[in-house]
Every structure is written in structure tokens, then in C-alpha cells.
Design a binder for this molecule. Sequence first.
Ligand SMILES: [Zn+2]
Length: 267
Amino acid sequence: MGPLRRRVAAVTVLLFLAGSGAAQDAAAPPGERFDTVVIDAGHGGEDAGARGAAGMVEKELVLAVARDLAARLRATGLQVVLTRAADVFVPLEERTALANDSRGDLFLSIHANASSDHSVHGTETYFLALDASDASAALVASRENRAFGEAASGIAAIDDPFIALIGDLIATEHLQESNDLARLVQSELGATSLKSRGVKQGLFVVLTGVQMPAALVEIGFVTSAQDERSLSGAGRREVVSALERAVLAFGRRYDARRGAAPPASER
Ligand SMILES: [Zn+2]
């Protein structure tokens, strides 16, 4: 595909994703309780994601974290939808459809990071924006989008004014809640033994079509010997607990904002 055709394909995908979100009023009606969480384990199947020097594979790590997190959240009474529960590749549109059809109240995509600089380590959480917060955030988005094909990875070229024109079409309805979610997640991750690298913004295609507050978490760098060691043991359990606390805290805020009655146990 030539550069122009690739650009048009990228815009078509983004318009489709943004349009599917903007076409409906996705806000939960007042009084509706926080009860459904969508957990998206990145990659899978032929798409392994990042790899560490000691053999850690991103697709396996994030699936294990997603499954543990799902079990913990289900034990609290929440409905949990996993976009994948096994080592299979799930296309972008299927992940989006699974999330939206379940009428989730929150979407959390779980990934692990990679860098050519093996001294870089720590956790970071992203919410969707047309402009990446910095060059390294743009690189992360571009790497994570690559799995979804050429058109999706082309979206990362947002310095192109033609693509910037469609920025208004990105659903902004959940922007504030997505920002809140990312901050809660990163604040809880800051309590783990992994270094906190903060909240960032980027154009992650997996977040563009979901009609609910959404964030993408990078739970550490598999390319860092320190993070790889941590995430193969105690650090991984800390991450699961941190994500659980963040989801539950978000749920309490969500119910308070919508004026939902507290559960019987808290009345
Ligand atoms: Zn990833």
C-alpha cells in the first residue's frame, strides 16, 4: 500500500471506531450501578507482544494478570468480561464489540512494556488522546497498535494535519472518567514495588471504539531485568491487588456520581 492509501485506510478505521462511539448516547442512566468490568489482556496467539531476556512473554504475563484480576473482582460480586481467556489472537473489532455488547462500566486493557534501553523500568497508565503526551508515549502507542494491522498502526502518524482534523470525532464523553480511571490505576500501582512512571496519553486504537471509561495499563517493562524478575513473582501479585483496588475505587466513585443506591451491605 502506498503512503496515501495507507493514510486513507488509517482515517477510515479511525472514523469507523470514533463514529461507532459517537453515534449513541453511551452514558449510563442515572441510578445505574457499577456492575460490569471489561478486562482486555493484550496480544495473544501469533501476536506474542514484548519479550524479556529471561524469557518472559507479554501475552502470557498479561493473560495471567487478567485472569487473576477477573477472579478477584468476581469474588466481590462484579460481572467480569474477558476479551480473551486463552492464548488466542482477538481482532480489534471483536474486542470492541465484546466490550460494548456487555455494556461494561469500565474497560481496562493490560499490557507490558518494552524499550531498547534495558535500564528503563516501571509502570505507566494511559488514557486516550489524539496527541501523545511525549515521544516515548507515541512509541508505546505505535507498538501496541501494530498488532491490529497496518491501518491501525498508521494512525500513530498524528502529526499529519489530515488525520488531526478528525480529532473532534473521538468520543469525548468518557474523557474525564477515563482520566480518573487512569489516575486511580496509576496511584495504586505507585504503592507496589515497581517504579511509577505516571499517567500518560496516547492514541491506542483498542481504546477508541469502547463506549465506556477506558484506560490501558503497562504493568512494567519485560525488557528490564529488574521488572522481569519482579513480575515473575511477588511484583505480579502486587500488580493484581493494585488493579483490583483501583477498579473497586472507581466503582464507588461511579455509583456516587450517578446517585446509585449503595449495596445492601453498606446501607
Ligand atoms: Zn502490549
